[in-house]
Design a binder for this molecule. Structure first.
Ligand code: UD2
Ligand code: MN
Length: 591
């Protein structure tokens, strides 16, 4: 379509992987004649002279607004938490109301200065690092829906007070049609004193995806930086992001997400050794924090080198504006909350970009006590978004998701033509490429396993009833808590969950997440679930986790030469026999 062509053209002037001008590296050819070599020497000398003359100018650190001096003993100062208990009945009811409206202790937050300082806990190498001109300018986009006053304005002030003015084009606040009274006229009045901040109001609730697009539309900076509306930026958070983008337009830098505790508002800094990377949970394709795998640790030379991350949490990142548009911005068909971060992550990697976590860039975020999006209705929107993502980017691997949630297959998700065209126009790689090259540490469940679903067992009393699929009369293989309790048999409920098992081609019986395996051993007669020993596709499972399904419905364990046996009194390993208690029916068995 016209839009896509335009985007493609506007991005053609981007030189991906281009060297940053201030690096000042010269390339000289080798193997020339003596004469040209002499010339080159001369040129080299000239350049060296120039180098001495052309001094690199460091960035001026002065922010738009100076942080006012504060009493170090003031509540929350220096990132401390506040433990002020509400005392009077009025305070108590205010506290309860704020907690209900925000899912965090906005009462505690309101006691803390909007300008509170944070200790600079970054690594020594981060503090020593200097940044030089020219760096691009960023527009910081903060979208909000019914945000508390103090958290919203502390976010704004922390941007204005922790970012060098020459790097900050503007702050754009996008109101996603909030209903809170303090976000109407009082907000406008407050912001009228802050010329660097622009307020954009959406006349209807758009959801965070389209609200961000609205912000991007108004942005005039070369770079866009997205922030949630309850953040605090640490000194030096912006410079490494801009330097990363200046070096390579197709790198999307993300900050380390520090934790602002939802009850006390204590700022918890994530130390270098515990920085996690972004991953996914194959069960429902949601975001997951993961430890950084060995290969990535080895690839990095310095402790503060960027960490390549398969996905991003979604809230805090910067991106070159033209690259953002070139890459298809966001999927405008996504609603309210969720999934857009995974979609964007896959899109960036599959279409030639890179996601990097910058250990020198820290931003705190208030992780809510309870998610306001876990209601049935909000979850449906999240599934809608996730399906749109899976259908466009995951090829056959989307089957893994649908197999775990057959009911989602029917959810309508609207038209995907534009997004599929985008993938084509950008010549993006397959999902299998992404898994292999970007996320090799992920265990990928079989696209077509031998069997999946409930493993049911007819009780002796109902042995005469006809075997039916999705049996809800018998006993089902189940576990109260994977990895903790021994596996057992419970009444089949037909709802999946802990009664969902998958028989893999490597002969394991895996749980829904694909993380735990059914395990039996010589020294015990019960059966447990333990972390699967086969953590990647190309290794073999341990003998304790190998099972063979026999035609007669036996679940045979070759290592112990015994069979899985289930009666009303529980699950055990016994000598294989023709007994009905050893007969299992696995759903969708398709060897
Ligand atoms: C996380 C991400 C967020 C986004 C989301 C998944 C972080 C720190 N946050 O959000 O950026 O990727 O997961 O979609 O990684 N909002 C609106 N309109 C709405 C709903 C929300 O403007 O209809 C705003 C909200 O005020 C906030 C932002 O969107 O500023 C993210 O929402 P959240 O903070 O409630 O959710 P969170 O932190 O789980
Ligand atoms: Mn948030």
């Amino acid at each position: 379509t016209a839009l896509h062509h335009e985007n493609a053209r506007s991005a053609s002037d981007l030189k991906v992987g281009e060297e940053h001008p201030t690096e000042g590296k010269q390339r000289l050819d080798h193997g020339q004649s003596e004469k040209t070599k002499g010339k080159i020497q001369a040129v080299k000398k000239e350049k060296e002279k120039e180098k001495i003359v052309v001094k690199r100018e460091p960035i001026d650190q002065t922010p738009h607004l100076k942080r006012p001096k504060a009493d170090p003993s003031a509540p929350g100062e220096g990132g401390k938490g506040v433990k002020l208990e509400p005392l009077t009945p009025e305070e108590k009811s205010l506290h309860a109301e704020l907690l209900k409206n925000n899912s965090f202790n906005a009462w505690a937050s309101s006691k803390i200065s909007l300008h509170r300082s944070l200790p600079d806990l970054r690594h020594r190498l981060c503090k020593q690092k200097q940044y030089f001109r020219p760096l691009p300018q960023s527009s910081v986009i903060i979208i909000f829906y019914n945000e508390a006053w103090s958290t919203l304005l502390r976010t704004v002030h922390s941007v204005l007070e922790a970012t060098p003015a020459e790097l900050l084009r503007e702050v754009i606040l996008v109101d996603d049609c909030s209903t809170f009274a303090h976000l109407q006229t009082p907000l406008e009045e407050y912001l009228s004193d802050l010329p660097q901040v622009r307020l954009v109001r959406s006349p209807t609730r758009q959801g965070l995806i389209r609200a961000r697009l609205l912000g991007a539309l108004h942005a005039r900076g070369e770079v866009l930086t997205f922030l949630d509306s309850h953040c605090e930026c640490m000194h030096g958070w912006m410079e490494p992001q801009l330097e990363t983008i200046a070096r390579n337009h197709s790198t999307v830098p993300i900050s380390v997400l520090d934790n602002i505790l939802h009850d006390t508002f204590q700022y918890v800094f994530i130390e270098l050794e515990s920085i996690p990377m972004g991953g996914i949970n194959f069960k429902d394709l949601t975001f997951a924090w993961e430890t950084i795998p060995e290969h990535e640790r080895k690839r990095r030379k310095s402790p503060v080198d960027p960490i390549r991350s398969p996905t991003m949490a979604g809230g805090i990142f910067s991106i070159n504006k033209k690259y953002f548009e070139h890459l298809g911005a966001y999927d405008t068909g996504m609603e309210v909350w969720g999934g857009e971060n995974i979609e964007m992550s896959f899109r960036i990697w599959q279409c030639g970009g890179t996601i990097e976590i910058l250990p020198c860039s820290h931003v705190g975020h208030v992780f809510r006590q309870t998610s306001p999006y876990s209601t049935n209705d909000a979850w449906k929107k999240m599934v809608h978004n996730t399906k749109r993502m899976a259908e466009v980017w995951m090829d056959d691997y989307k089957e893994i998701y649908y197999r775990r949630h057959p009911e989602y297959r029917k959810y309508p998700i609207g038209d995907l033509t534009q997004r599929k065209l985008l993938r084509k126009a950008l010549h993006c790689r397959d999902f299998s490429w992404y898994l292999k090259h970007v996320y090799p540490s992920l265990y990928v469940p079989d696209i077509r396993p031998m069997a999946s679903g409930q493993v049911s067992h007819l009780t002796s009393s109902s042995a005469c009833s006809l075997p039916i699929s999705n049996d809800q009369t018998g006993l089902c293989l189940d576990v109260i808590k994977v990895g903790k309790e021994p596996a057992g048999v419970f009444a089949c409920h037909g709802k999946g969950g802990t009664q969902f098992w998958e028989l893999t081609h490597a002969h394991e019986v895996r749980d829904k997440r694909g993380e735990y395996c059914l395990q039996a051993s010589w020294d015990r007669s019960d059966v447990i679930t333990a972390k699967c020993t086969r953590t990647r596709g190309d290794v073999q499972p341990s003998e304790e986790q190998k099972w063979v399904v026999k035609d007669s419905g036996l679940l045979y364990h070759p290592q112990t030469d015994r069979c899985l046996d289930g009666t009303e009194s529980g699950l055990s390993m016994t000598d294989c026999s023709t007994s009905g208690s050893q007969r299992w029916r696995i759903e969708n068995f398709n060897p």
